[in-house]
Structures are given as structure tokens and as C-alpha cells.
Design a binder for this molecule. Sequence first.
Ligand code: SF4
Length: 246
Amino acid sequence: MQSAETNHSDFRVLPLEQLRWLLISYSMTGLLYWPRSPETGGATSGPSVQGIQGDEPGRLLQALRQEIGDCQRCRLHQSRTTLVFGDGSPAARLVFVGEAPGYDEDQQGMPFVGRAGRLLDRMIAAMGMQRSEVYICNVVKCRPPQNRNPSADEVTACSPFLFRQIEAIRPRVVCLLGNYATQTLLQTTLNISQLRGKDRYWRGIPVVATFHPAYLLRNPAQKASVWSDLKRVLELLKEDNQGTPL
Ligand code: SF4
């Protein structure tokens, strides 16, 4: 039986990966630069959920989006411009979960498209992936007024949709960005500083918690910690690729 927690310190890397991460670590020492991918250039790319058809996770996500409809299950519907369901591949092996849409996301109907989103794009690119390969969503689907934190009853109303998104995709790893995503999935009141750095599981899926990119923009000294967490994500994906039980 899997233990609920595994320390990150014992993860192993191949020499090429060590070299890549070493270079990335050097680039992070300035704490202002995050490497860009020539493939994505940090831009949003790839199919939206609504554009995917024919595969089971895609059908499940489409059905869920239809079920949410013009949702008025909590007060956040009153101030939203657009309900932000999610973005990315229904076949994603990696799902990122954030807190809530901000102004840009509310305007565009896409998660993580503002400043924090551009940083997340760079993080994904630096992991050697494209945004279109992963799936990105939030705990609540509507923007809280003035970007305030979602209230407990709003999280309670909306989080079942998040759970069903993850269940539909069944990714190999879920990366939780910040306090709300982590506390909601792990059902805890501990904060992200207390929760990151150890493997955890949600319904059998490995979960890695790290700081939210918006927090990272305000606290660039935490980039090294985030990189440590993202390396663990890559390690878990690699282990799964090699058929090693997670
Ligand atoms: Fe519905 Fe979630 Fe939006 Fe509340 S935040 S109105 S529960 S979609």
C-alpha cells in the first residue's frame, strides 16, 4: 500500500536532466528570469476543452461543462463576465489547479492568461512541456469581486466540479498551485508552506503542492522552492512512463 507521504529528497535524475536543471537553476539565481520555450514562447496554445471530441475524458468534460451551464450555484455568478471552466488537453498526464479566475481570465474565459498565467506558461515550458499538453483549471470557476479570496461556501459550491474534472481526466500527477487548491483537494487547513515538499495523494493520484505563480511574482525568492516541486512532478511523470508503480 502506498504511503500517504514520501520525502522529495530521494528523487533520482538522469545526467541530461541534471544538466538541464542545473542550467535552469543558474538562470533562476537572478530570480527575475524564467526560461522561455521556443515552441510556445510563453503563449497560450492548444485546443480548448470545448474543441475536443471523440475521447472519453473529452466527452466527460464536455458533459460537465454543459451541466454547469449558466451556473448560479453561488454568489460569484453575479459579478463574473465569463465562467472559466478550464483549458488544455483532456488526455493530459499533468493537471494544474489554481485558485480562481482574475480580471484577464474573467474577460477571456480562459484560466491563467494574465501575468501569473504567463509565468505558469514559462514554468511549463521550462519543464519541457507545452501548455497544450497539460490541463489547467481553478477551484472556483468565477472571478471573486476585486480578486478577493473565495469564501468557504463558494469553494463548497464549486469544488465538486473541480473534483469531477480531475476524475474525468485521471492525470498521472496533479500540481496544486497555492493555498486554496491545496487545502481544497487535501481537505486541510494547513498552509502551502507546511504542505509542499512531500508527495501526497488525492483519490490515488499523486499530488504535488507548490506556490501559486501570483505569489511567486511577489516573492521571487521562492522560485527555487517551486523548481524543486516541479522537478518532483517531472520525476513522478518519468516514473510513470517507465512503468514504475507510483
Ligand atoms: Fe457556479 Fe462555481 Fe461560478 Fe459559483 S463559482 S457560480 S458554483 S461556477
